[in-house]
Design a protein around this ligand. Structure first.
Ligand SMILES: Nc1ncnc2c1ncn2[C@@H]1O[C@H](COP(=O)(O)OP(=O)(O)OP(=O)(O)O)[C@@H](O)[C@H]1O
Length: 253
């Protein structure tokens, strides 16, 4: 099967403190892939590296067929979009200016673009903020705006770091519906989350990241097998050594 992303022996440290430890991962093209892991597992660090915002000490990364090297960087960036946590916006741009600027950077055909932007803003009920500066938006609206900009660039691979955090349930449903449509069109979607329910019914393959290492890779077949008698959260607990806490710890409450 074609791979949208191949990572081998990737290592990253902050101030000599290892965060990603010789990590290997392959993501099949045209699927919705979920990377789950507890707080501090290294999910955002990995997305930061994959989107070119953070450097790394060792390893190789291949995205959409191109190995991540300085000579391939622009080719890769053109085919990739991301929604980070927190989302990166231009604070003094209005919502409309932000998405049009992003589309210009990606050299997206401007014909019909205004209609697409307006329909997306209406779909996510942020049309009233079209001419409001990003810095004045609520955190949910910021997330939705970053999402709109990312999908307008027609990425082959879309990175979403905690995409549903701060977003209301109605909009989460709408985002998921767009993601399923994008998958049908062949886009690969890479989602990180620490909320298992979010990825459970959306993602195809799921990998569990813990302390900078992939503890388990659950493809559709192994998920079907495991999920026969356990929820994803029970499976997660089997892999991640969840520390038990004493019941009486909070007796003072
Ligand atoms: N800029 C930084 N400098 C030093 N340490 C950092 C930095 N950013 C993250 N870390 C540390 O790296 C580890 C991984 O953090 P990261 O944010 O990648 O995890 P995460 O899985 O995304 O967590 P969460 O689910 O809480 O967002 C944590 O121990 C964190 O404290």
């Amino acid at each position: 099967m074609e791979r949208a992303l191949t990572i081998s022996e990737l290592s990253k440290a902050y101030d000599k403190e290892p965060v990603l430890k010789s990590l290997d991962l392959e993501v099949p093209a045209g699927t919705i892939f979920g990377l789950i892991g507890p707080n501090g597992a290294g999910k955002s660090t990995l997305i930061g590296i994959l989107t070119g915002l953070l450097d790394y000490s060792e390893g190789t990364i291949t995205i959409n067929g191109f190995e991540y090297t300085s000579s391939n960087e622009m080719k890769i960036k053109k085919s990739v979009a991301s929604v980070l946590q927190p989302p990166l916006l231009f604070e003094n741009f209005t919502s409309y200016e932000f998405v049009t600027y992003v589309c210009e950077m990606y050299r997206i055909d401007s014909s019909g673009l205004a209609d697409k932007i307006n329909s997306l803003f209406s779909y996510f009920e942020i049309e009233e903020f079209a001419h409001v500066k990003s810095k004045q938006l609520s955190s949910g609206s910021r997330k939705k705006l970053a999402f709109c900009a990312a999908i307008l660039t027609n990425p082959k691979l879309l990175f979403l770091d905690e995409p549903f955090e701060s977003v209301d349930v109605i909009s989460i449903g709408r985002m998921k519906s767009i993601l399923r449509k994008l998958k049908e069109k062949g886009t690969t979607i890479f989602i990180t989350s620490h909320i298992l329910e979010v990825v459970e019914n959306l993602c195809d393959d799921i990998a569990i990241l813990h302390k900078g290492q992939i503890l388990a890779y659950l493809d559709a077949k192994s998920r079907r097998e495991l999920e026969k008698d356990a929820s994803l959260s029970e499976i997660f607990e089997r892999y991640v050594d969840v520390k038990s806490v004493k019941d009486d710890l909070l007796n003072w409450l």
